[in-house]
Design a protein around this ligand. Structure first.
Ligand code: GLN
Length: 533
């Protein structure tokens, strides 16, 4: 088994996750079995309790692990099926070590970062390698070289290299090569210094991925090679992509990154056939038509908060040869402004998931606009709850309808806490999480979209549709088109008298892939196209 460790230097947000995922794509298309994992140096046990403004989207794996959005890139760019073991934070490592210490397992010893924390990191690495055997395990280390938090991970990797043999390991350092306008020059010093920091710890990167706005000239490549101590052909230019992140594997292939990696790891594999990938990218870059879709959310100013949703829309649109123009609407804005002014020329409205009451009334108004004006509508998680509240209030006349998340004394608790959730006090990892089956009702839009009556989707929520209101709502044209197999939990709802109005309690955005768009997104984008033309 071979190991690639991806570190980052100079600044954060360099796209390390994308670089790791893109390398995964290339190696997989060369016929190798690839697994990816992430080490996150922060002390939170998982990002589940972090604010999206701090952390971006929380990506949910099939086993219910709440993880970093980079795991979303890994799953979208490769076929690897990730689990809890593919995401390790310092918080988890410390939690394990401290629990062991409390049990007395260390038999009176002083518990220290080295060796106890580093041993636990190595143990997790080995466990993953054992559980998910593969040809190449790619591990991304979050944060930037020089961060104090990252040190135990880097030390653990240093020891691990000794144990598995340097010939089986590549350290790939993603760095920034900034352009100084006044001097008209690309600067290599920050990269030299971040490499020096790694060398201090005993890690010697063999590949340098250089994030840059300008092409690296031969002189700059030469300089980086000599001063960072990597072979010339291992200095890889990674310019900002022009159109889409999916260009990244193509760009890295052009730079022969996968050739270099295969050479360094003595992997004798044929070239990657990028035909299908290239076709997919071309459909994104040169779509035949365009469609305007509104996303009404609470974190729309933050690019990363709804990452998987935007990616899913891209996949779906590409599959019908169309491009999307997204109108990102701050839900709070719709609490004051007339939704018909803001949403008048959109071909579809999407309401993403969310927590807390900020902006909810704006989302309800956007939903009412979609329902009354026959605009295609897709509601995700909170989006389904909002659709139910809107219908109860404005069609069934239940004025006091609400979710008890927003009004604990709601007169009509259309959305309420699950019985099993009522006694839970810990906020971390205590929601209904991960993959659960849904039974779809025949002759519904949902059935038409999925083309089958049993599906599995990933979840992350605490509140549920309140079945006491089912009969009253259905009498007015609200359709419950999917439930849990026991029929107790509502998973999909739709409207009878509407061209395309679907909402789900789960998160379909976690199962969409580039050449495998999710049926709900594909159905939605197709409906938007029909509506817009
Ligand atoms: N806040 C809602 C709940 O907990 C919806 C969650 C979500 O949209 N992910 O049920």
């Amino acid at each position: 088994m071979k190991y690639i460790f991806v570190t980052g230097g100079v600044v954060s947000s360099l796209g390390k996750g994308l670089a790791a995922a893109s390398l995964g794509t290339l190696l997989e298309l060369r016929g190798l079995k690839v697994v990816l994992q992430k080490f996150d140096p922060y002390l939170n046990v998982d990002p589940g309790t972090m604010n999206p403004f701090q952390h971006g989207e929380v990506y949910v794996l099939h086993d219910g692990a709440e993880t970093d959005l980079d795991l979303g890139h890994y799953e979208r760019f490769t076929n690897s099926n990730l689990s809890r073991s593919n995401s390790t934070s310092s918080g988890q490592v410390y939690e394990t070590v401290l629990a062991r210490e409390r049990r007395g397992d260390y038999l009176g010893k002083t518990v220290q970062v080295i060796p106890h924390i580093t041993d636990e990191i190595k143990a997790r690495l080995r466990k993953l390698a054992h559980e998910q055997p593969c040809d190449v395990l790619i591990t991304e280390i979050g944060g930037t070289t020089g961060d104090i938090e990252g040190l135990p991970f880097l030390e653990a990797i240093r020891q691990f290299v000794l144990e598995v043999g340097a010939q089986n390991v590549v350290i790939m350092h993603v760095t920034l090569v900034p352009y100084i306008k006044a001097a008209g020059e690309l600067k290599t010093k920050p990269s030299q210094q971040s490499i020096a920091k790694l060398r201090e710890i005993g890690l010697h990167p063999q590949v340098l991925i250089c994030r840059t706005e300008h092409p690296l000239g031969d002189d700059v490549r030469q300089k980086l090679s000599v001063f960072c101590n990597v072979p010339l052909d291992a200095v890889v230019e990674a310019r900002d992509v022009d159109h889409t992140i999916y260009e990244m594997p193509l760009m890295l292939q052009q730079e022969k990154l996968d050739d270099t990696i295969c050479r360094l790891l003595a992997l004798n594999q044929p070239q990657a056939d990028m035909t299908n990938w290239r076709k997919f990218v071309n459909r994104i870059v040169r779509p035949k038509k365009r469609v305007k879709i509104a996303v009404v959310g609470k974190y729309i100013e933050l690019q990363d908060a709804y990452k998987s949703i935007y990616e899913s829309l891209t996949h779906a649109a590409a599959s019908v040869d169309c491009g999307t123009d997204l109108l990102l609407v701050d839900a709070e804005e719709l609490e004051e402004k007339d939704p018909s002014l803001v949403l008048k020329d959109v071909a579809g409205i999407l309401i993403p998931g969310g927590f807390g009451d900020r902006g909810v009334e704006g989302k309800i108004r956007a939903t009412q606009f979609a329902r009354e004006n026959s605009v295609p509508y897709l509601g995700l998680c909170l989006g389904m709850q909002v659709a139910s509240i809107e219908f109860a209030r404005n069609v069934c006349g239940l004025r006091g309808a609400n979710s008890t998340e927003f009004d604990t004394k709601a007169e009509h608790p259309i959305i309420d806490l699950l019985e099993a959730q009522k006694d839970i006090t810990d906020k971390g990892a205590s929601m209904r999480l991960g993959t659960w089956p849904t039974k779809i009702v025949a002759n519904t839009r949902a059935f038409q979209v999925y083309g089958r009556d049993e599906i599995t989707e990933r979840h992350r929520h605490r509140y549920e549709f309140n079945m006491n209101y089912r009969a009253q709502m259905e009498a007015q044209g609200f359709v419950i088109s999917g439930t849990s197999p026991d029929g107790l939990l509502v998973e999909l709802v739709e409207l009878k008298d509407h061209p395309w109005f679907l909402a789900c309690q789960f998160h379909p955005e976690f199962q969409s892939k580039p050449n495998k768009p999710h049926p709900l997104f594909k159905g939605f984008v197709s409906a938007c196209l029909a509506h817009g033309s």
